[in-house]
Design a protein around this ligand. Structure first.
Ligand code: SAH
Length: 350
């Protein structure tokens, strides 16, 4: 019989599983606590369970894992970038950041990505597969254990498009916020999307108190379509309509991400157009100096162009931030470490 993924079960599901194995109900509370509060990696570590039960669990279930294959620590700000190896040998990346308020981790939701954004390293070879909810959790749990810390914030902004792996991401969110496990505050979770409009509505209907980030990156379809193929399917009007409804329904502010690419989307005219288009949406604008990825040819906007852009938006009444760069010496933006490793592995094999 094939083993099942024990970390992906909700508490109720785990209770059913144990009942089906002929166990008493209270065992589910013990096992769930070991899995999601203590984050053990082996059934033998569940010391308050009888040995027989531990063996039975081991026969029937496996632990999803994210093993650090590489770990880069920034000498500037102690940001840690992990290349994690999954059970099937695939690689994903996560970035652990330290802020005044605590630790935050940027996790991946897919191996690769199929969205094709022109400036992004994660999507260069397409998508390999979705991550399970347990593999998203494992990134958090491993980073916590490895650094002996408690992580208070999660951003779903690593490799992959979270809304393209909707069910597993929703399951991850319900597991990590479960008070019987990590008990993370929903308000400490951010989810970033390139703009899959029907899924934004689906998320809206769940009415979660998380922060939705929308990767907008351009004020009009002409520019956005050259940067993001998804715009040909869901254009800016459709996307912003969904965003207006989302904020109206959830009363949560949306964060618009805007990667500044030299000569592409960084002119004062773009800033003015953006200010007009976002009018009336409860939002925050986050300007990101684009990370230059060799293969994409995108160049970063100058500091003065970014400042001028930001000024225009602020003068129109928007809250604007320019993303502080963490881990700039370790290439902390997503996709690049996996890409280099996978390329080297291919070289080693051939
Ligand atoms: N697929 C989701 C989340 C992953 S990307 C999304 O598109 O939002 C997380 C953020 O990093 C997105 O805003 C994305 O557009 C941005 N990003 C990707 N590559 C980048 C790069 N080279 N420089 C700056 N930002 C980048």
């Amino acid at each position: 019989m094939e083993k099942k993924d024990i970390l992906s079960f909700t508490f109720d599901e785990l209770q059913n599983e144990l009942e089906n194995l002929g166990e008493k109900k209270f065992r589910a509370s013990q096992v769930y606590k070991w899995l999601h509060a203590d984050t053990v990696t082996d059934f033998d570590m569940m010391t308050n369970l009888p040995k027989q039960l531990r063996e039975k669990l081991d026969e029937n279930y496996y632990f999803a894992s994210a093993e650090p294959e590489k770990k880069l620590i920034s000498s500037i700000d102690s940001t840690v970038k992990y290349l994690f190896r999954l059970r099937d040998g695939e690689y994903i990346e996560s970035v652990l950041m330290k802020y005044k308020y605590g630790y935050s981790i940027c996790v991946s939701s897919q191996v690769g990505c199929k969205m094709g954004c022109k400036f992004c390293a994660s999507t260069l070879n397409g998508v390999v597969r979705n991550l399970t909810s347990s593999e998203i959790l494992a990134q958090v749990y491993t980073a916590q254990r490895d650094n002996n810390i408690k992580i208070s914030h999660v951003v779903l902004m690593g490799m992959g498009e979270p809304l393209d792996n909707f069910d597993n991401v929703m399951r991850f969110i319900s597991l990590i916020t479960d008070e019987k496990g990590q008990d993370m505050s929903m308000r400490h979770i951010s989810l970033s999307t390139c703009g899959l409009v029907p899924k934004i509505y689906e998320l809206m209907n769940k009415n979660l108190q998380l922060t939705l980030s929308v990767s907008l990156h351009a004020p009009n379809d002409e520019i956005r379509s050259t940067m993001m193929p998804v715009n040909k399917k869901y254009n800016i009007s459709a996307l912003l309509k969904a965003c207006r409804e989302y904020t109206g329904f959830t009363h949560r502010r949306i964060s618009f991400e805007y990667a500044m690419v030299k000569g592409v989307n960084d002119s004062p005219a773009c800033a003015e157009e953006l200010a007009k288009r976002l009018k009336g949406i409860l939002c925050h604008i986050n300007l990101i100096p684009v990370n230059e990825v060799k293969e994409t040819g995108c160049k970063r906007s100058s500091k003065s162009d970014i400042n001028a852009f930001s000024q225009i938006l602020s003068s129109c009444g928007y809250t604007v931030t320019v993303r502080r760069e963490l881990g700039s010496d370790i290439n902390a933006s997503c996709g690049q470490l996996r890409r280099n490793t996978v390329k080297n592995l291919i070289k080693e094999v051939t």
